[in-house]
Design a protein around this ligand. Structure first.
Ligand SMILES: [Zn+2]
Length: 367
């Protein structure tokens, strides 16, 4: 196929509250969808990816950056995108924090979003499916991924390189952008961070519903359906679902991913004032991590008498000699949580999920 081979850069910019800057695209492709700013490399002018990123930052965001201000977090190649082109994308995190929202331009309007708001936005399908999960997982580190788009539109992903983040060093250099424009206020959107629901939604039922929503996303992606959220001061600060298969990482359990997010959101590894909700009793790995992170309270749905480490098989969350013990609430929305798991494994046995493993316990780890 004689598709053109195009190279682009994407800029992942954050403000001081660690909200990410997105552009609601006014032009095709992706018109009406929210994605990071960026643009095509001027290959005929011999432009490098770093030079392209600096130029885009200047033109679109009014930022004066040098290559030192950029961290290359990912390389994504997409073969046969929409049957039109092959893309190679350089994903850069801009290290200086933005102080103001860039003004709208011909490419569209900007807004900052907390990470937890991305779920509710119109995002390009490949961003939602893979690029955002990879970005969050590797922020501060590096990944390379390849997507082969088949003629029928089916996408096959291959994660070729993955390096975990190093400990983040907050970068406080400020960049001034003017003029300041207010965040757009369209429904379902942006960013003057509503402090979030605080009253009456505080019940464990409510937050377990959020965790169940995550678990269903895992099921839809043929992952063992376990979901988790972390709540701090009445607000959800982290949401995650199991991504072991997607990331080819046995540690990518919902609770582990949610913990990392929550620690980043609070800028602290101690989560004493947080409650973690998870649809299934945590395994020993996750229970160990919950204790290490000093999570104040753990609420789970379905028990796991075989391997559960919150009292099911053993109780690591309240290990007598540990220097931290978590409060435990068990059995919240138990039936829904359990049904999701049972249905998933039933379908898997009948082959509907693809590989038709004979025995869930013997095949895939139960998370
Ligand atoms: Zn686990």
């Amino acid at each position: 196929m004689g598709f053109p081979y195009l190279i682009s850069t994407l800029l992942y910019c954050f403000n001081r509250r660690d909200e990410v800057l997105l552009l609601e695209r006014a032009r095709e492709p992706n018109r009406g969808l929210w994605s990071p700013p960026g643009g095509k490399l001027h290959t005929d002018a011999g432009e490098s990816p770093h030079a392209c990123a600096c130029r885009e930052a200047r033109e679109e965001l009014g930022l004066d950056l040098s290559p030192r201000d950029l961290h290359l977090v990912g390389l994504v190649s997409e073969h046969g995108y929409e049957g039109q082109a092959h893309w190679l994308m350089f994903l850069f995190e801009v290290k200086p924090r933005l102080e103001r929202l860039p003004p709208p331009g011909p490419e569209g309007r900007f807004a900052f979003f907390p990470r937890t708001a991305l779920d509710g936005l119109n995002l390009p399908e490949t961003d939602r499916e893979m690029i955002w999960p990879l970005f969050w997982r590797h922020r501060g580190g590096f990944f390379a991924a390849h997507c082969h788009v088949h003629p029928d539109g089916r996408r096959a992903w291959l994660v070729e390189e993955t390096r975990k983040r190093r400990p983040a060093v907050p970068d406080t250099i400020s960049s001034v952008i003017s003029p300041e424009v207010p965040a757009p206020t369209a429904a379902g959107s942006p960013a003057e961070v509503p402090p979030g629901p605080v009253i009456d939604l505080h019940s464990d039922d409510h937050f377990m519903t959020e965790a169940l929503r995550q678990a269903r996303r895992a099921a839809a992606a043929a992952e063992v359906p376990v979901g988790s959220v972390v709540v701090h001061a009445g607000r959800v600060i982290a949401r995650a679902h199991n991504q072991v298969e997607l990331l080819k990482d046995a540690t990518a359990h919902a609770e582990m991913l949610a913990l990392t997010q929550a620690q980043a959101a609070l800028g602290d590894w101690r989560l004493n004032d947080c409650t973690l909700y998870v649809t299934k009793e945590p395994c020993p790995m996750c229970a160990g991590a919950l204790v290490q992170a000093r999570v104040g309270r753990v609420v789970y749905g379905a028990p796991d008498p075989r391997l559960g480490a919150a009292g099911g098989a053993l109780n690591l969350l309240q290990w007598p000699d540990a220097n931290h013990r978590c409060q435990i609430t068990a059995g919240v929305r138990l039936e829904e949580c359990r049904r999701l798991l049972l249905e998933f494994f039933r379908e898997q046995r009948s082959g509907k999920n693809g590989e038709g493993r004979a025995d869930p316990a013997g095949g895939r780890p139960l998370n």
